[in-house]
Write a protein that binds this ligand. Structure first.
Ligand SMILES: [Zn+2]
Length: 281
């Protein structure tokens, strides 16, 4: 080892650390439910959030998805991964409950925050990122239609607030009401954001109880599904449904990842599917 040049030694060390993290995350993923979040980093002193995960790579959206809208899952994707997504937050009553449930099951999710809420509760946005979740943009004030200038304003204000809170600019955007043909979706796409819709809705915008919300998520997920939920003001039923969703789907082998992690997994799988065609003996 001593003969290795310092740069090579550093690379070896980094590779070992990355492998250890990967192995550790695989192991923890298999043991469910996982113990309380307080035990998550026992041997580390209070480290900055960025030190807990192999950031920034795991937060990055693969280039092929930039400027694209994700509206369906990749067909035949085999890995039992789900991306839970929470819109319209953060909220001081709802978001902490959501974060607590996610931590209990070692689950990661994506929060499509509203700029106006991020401005009011930046500490919650910070907590989301510190716990390893992805923070994404859902516009500033949730309008349904905007002029081109208003769309730029909605996008820029929200991205700046997210960056102030967590030190990273969002790469993902979800248009309010899922409207994709207006300026509010087309502007971020032109700028290289990835638009993310959903493949399963829990219908939790309707006045339904936690039991029905949970059933809507648990009913028939397929590997790679993107699940729509809300953690905005008033969505207590969604927060109450979440532990059951996590418990039942974990028990059937699903793991919960952020949108960037899901897109990376899609990309890896698709690359693997294409490889055999070029590898004729
Ligand atoms: Zn919304």
């Amino acid at each position: 080892m001593r003969r290795l040049a310092p740069a090579v030694a550093l690379l070896v060390a980094l590779a070992a650390a990355g492998g250890a993290w990967h192995l550790a995350s695989k192991l923890t993923a298999r043991v469910r439910p996982v113990v309380a979040p307080a035990a998550a980093a026992p041997s580390q002193p209070a480290a900055p959030a960025a030190g807990k995960r192999p950031a920034p790579a795991s937060r990055d959206v693969p280039a092929r998805y930039r400027g694209q809208i994700i509206r369906k899952r990749v067909r035949h994707f085999p890995d039992k991964l789900l991306a839970l997504t929470f819109d319209d937050g953060p909220d001081p009553q709802i978001t902490p409950l959501v974060l607590k449930a996610l931590a209990q099951y070692d689950a990661h999710a994506t929060f499509f925050v509203l700029g106006k809420c991020a401005k009011r509760w930046p500490a919650l946005v910070k907590q989301e990122a510190a716990a390893g979740h992805a923070v994404a943009s859902h516009s500033y004030g949730h309008p349904s239609r905007t002029s081109p200038a208003e769309a730029c304003n909605e996008l820029d204000r929200t991205s700046a607030l997210i960056e102030q809170a967590i030190g990273l600019r969002p790469q993902l955007f979800r248009p309010p009401y899922g409207i994709t043909n207006g300026n509010l979706c087309q502007t971020p796409l032109k700028r290289g954001y990835t638009g993310v819709l959903w493949t399963i809705s829990t219908a939790d915008s309707n006045p339904i109880g936690p039991e029905v919300i949970a059933r809507n998520a648990i009913h028939t997920p397929n590997p790679g599904d993107i699940v729509l939920m809300h953690d905005g003001t008033g969505h207590m039923a969604s927060a109450r449904a979440l532990p059951q969703i996590l418990r039942e789907l974990s028990a059937t082998g699903f793991r919960f990842v952020t949108m960037p992690e899901l897109l990376q997994a899609w990309q890896r799988w698709q690359a693997g599917q294409q490889a055999p065609a070029h590898a004729q003996p």
